[in-house]
Design a protein around this ligand. Structure first.
Ligand SMILES: [Zn+2]
Length: 258
């Protein structure tokens, strides 16, 4: 695969979070090329209880997705859904991917069922501080139990509490997430679409030695738009050493973790 272009400080320009939804790989590559960015294409993966345009749910579907990207100058990944996604696939099939990304935007409802926090079905509990304690713990749980490479959309908050962002992501909660990212070698995505994590978190995470990836969460013309990610990289003074690289064969979380 071609080497990606780099920033002045040697950071490879890679958008590890793009979706093919309603577009073609070649079309995404056109946008990526225009912006001088290499892309990783991910498909949602997990049980069919997760509702997305495409949800890969078994080895055959996963292998067909990987085959559809064969020969294209892109990284191949999945956006893993919920806590049971790994049970859908063999380790060998997952290890054929360059990486696994997940996020914490689907959480447990009060009855334990899964709920997408960006949809109207999600009702914010009255006690937002208590919710946040649980949300920080949920990040830790995901990293502790799931063989993932990247925590995508990291530190995103639902609209109901976003205006109090700094009072929600207190330092102890941020440190919990950072400690888990270090302990489980999980990279933190700097999301250009959601503009998260914000600077206070990023500073603490960088100091602690967490690795970062960039992601647009883009579809179509939205791919490879990394303005916020690159701006934060500049402000933080990130170098190549701070940046996520897909683990080599044999060393992927799915092979090392369970
Ligand atoms: Zn996504």
């Amino acid at each position: 695969m071609d080497e990606p272009a780099q920033t002045d400080s040697g950071i490879p320009l890679i958008d590890f979070h793009t979706h093919r939804d309603g577009s073609t790989v070649d079309k995404l590559l056109e946008f990526a090329k225009e912006r001088g960015v290499k892309i990783g294409i991910i498909e949602h993966a997990g049980t069919k209880e997760n509702k997305y345009p495409v949800v890969l749910s078994n080895d055959d579907e996963l292998k067909a997705f990987i085959a559809s990207l064969e020969g294209k100058p892109v990284y191949k990944g999945i956006q893993a859904e919920w806590l049971d996604w790994a049970s859908c696939f063999s380790k060998d099939a997952v290890a054929q991917l360059d990486y696994v990304l997940t996020d914490a935007m689907t959480c447990r409802n009060t009855d334990g069922s899964r709920v997408k926090m960006w949809e109207p079905a999600f009702k914010m509990p009255d006690d937002a501080q208590k919710f946040m304690d649980g949300y920080a713990d949920f990040y830790v749980e995901i990293m502790a139990t799931e063989p993932i490479d990247i925590m995508g959309n990291a530190m995103w908050l639902p609209a109901q509490i976003e205006k109090n962002y700094d009072a929600m992501w207190t330092e102890p909660r941020m440190r919990k997430v950072i400690d888990a990212a270090l302990k489980y070698s999980t990279a933190i995505e700097i999301s250009a679409s959601f503009k998260v994590p914000r600077l206070p978190f990023l500073k603490l995470a960088k100091e602690a030695g967490v690795k970062f990836s960039f992601g647009s969460n883009g579809r179509g013309a939205g791919v490879a738009k990394l303005e916020y990610s690159l701006e934060m990289a500049k402000v933080l003074g990130l170098t190549r050493a701070d940046i996520f690289t897909p683990a080599p064969a044999g060393k992927k979380p799915i092979q090392m973790r369970k």
